[in-house]
Design a protein around this ligand. Sequence first.
Ligand code: PHE
Length: 460
Amino acid sequence: MATNSIHGMWSTRLAFILAASGSAVGLGNIWRFPYTAGEYGGGAFVLVYLLCVGMIGLPIMMAEIMLGRRGRQSPINTMRTLAREEGRSSAWQLLGWMGIISGFLILSFYSVIAGWTMAYAFRAAGGWFRGIDVTAAGDMFNGLVGDPERLLAWHTIFMVMVVLVVARGVAAGLEKAVRFLMPALFLLLLAMVGYGIQAGDFGGAVTYLFAPDFAELQGKAGEAILSAMGQAFFSLSLGMGAIMIYGSYLKGDASIAHNTLIVAGLDTLVAILAGLAIFPIVFANGLAPDSGPGLIFQTLPIAFGEMPGGALFGALFFVLLLFAAWTSAISLLEPLVAWLVENLSFSRVRASVLAGITVWLLGIVCLLSLNAWSEIKIFGKGFLDLFDYLTANILLPLGGVLIAVFAGWLLSRSSSVDELQLGEGLAYRIWRLLIRYVAPIAVAIVLLNAIGALKLTGLG
Ligand code: PHE
């Protein structure tokens, strides 16, 4: 067994936590979580989301880190090696391939949204938000989204930023960046929550997020549960190999359970804080919580426009969000780049550029679906929405089930005991129960239910 990865190793235990949180915390927490929770009426969705994080996300994150550290290669080769060692079919490497496809699709739209945050950082700094009202904020957002050339420019800049870091090797560059950016983002979010308490409808937001009203889910419970589960996978970066490959750079003596709790805890905290920052503004301004992907871009400018020092605050906020998106995007590209280096002997630079260009092209399809190609619908969705739905709600959970099955049923008990270093006590037994039964069965039921619903609508 290799004790080191050829792609580099985290220099300290803290470095893994930083990098994995850098992957987990991103647009998923601050952009996607609030608007998805808003689409499903708040509290009930949040409750299901938290259950998914605890019962499905935690055990699968442990499994991904564990498999990565045991394999010490790109997810494709890790799965191939582990399957061979455990006497299982080499077809398990397909799991790695599926992850690459998910990563490609996610990054293609992720980069477009990251572009929005860049545009908004400039707008904030330029004082565009001063005294802005709901209608003006809506118009500003629609103006950006309706302009393919601007979107293309930002998308291109973002992809260049991602390729630059991945080409240098993530273990080298990432540690330093995340170390101060994450705490800074966290503090700024707290300040935004403070603003919500002072100037927004904070009470309304708390009730909305934490008092589950199951009547909100009437007629769309299956869809809501699928979305909450998908959000958990997306936000925790699970099911596509990002956390697996970061696990492969983790030193042998670090505690996987401990690291998982910290990373998942931080990720969840940031999502909840984002909700507590955004919904007070939504309710105080009479905005609709279910206004979709534009939610934070249509609400935050109003707040920045009102508060003293809002231009500076706003710019800082969107810049930090951009950095959070950057560190997530890096982890989306890394599995493929590592594979290209391992199997095709590409240099990291060549591999990153090639992967980056492919994603960039696919991103153009996404950004055009917001304007010039808005008529083109597949299953009733434009490309950006379709890629988002397909990855978060289907491919990531599917990847997660397969990881759970492999880690819980096919990897020998002694291998997982050895790798998790929890002994065979209660903690290990709980993990094993969750990974063998709870996680795969829960995900399978939700997925099958969704497929059933799809068929029904197809026939109806
Ligand atoms: N977790 C990231 C976010 O919340 C997105 C991501 C998904 C990153 C899957 C890697 C893998 O923004």
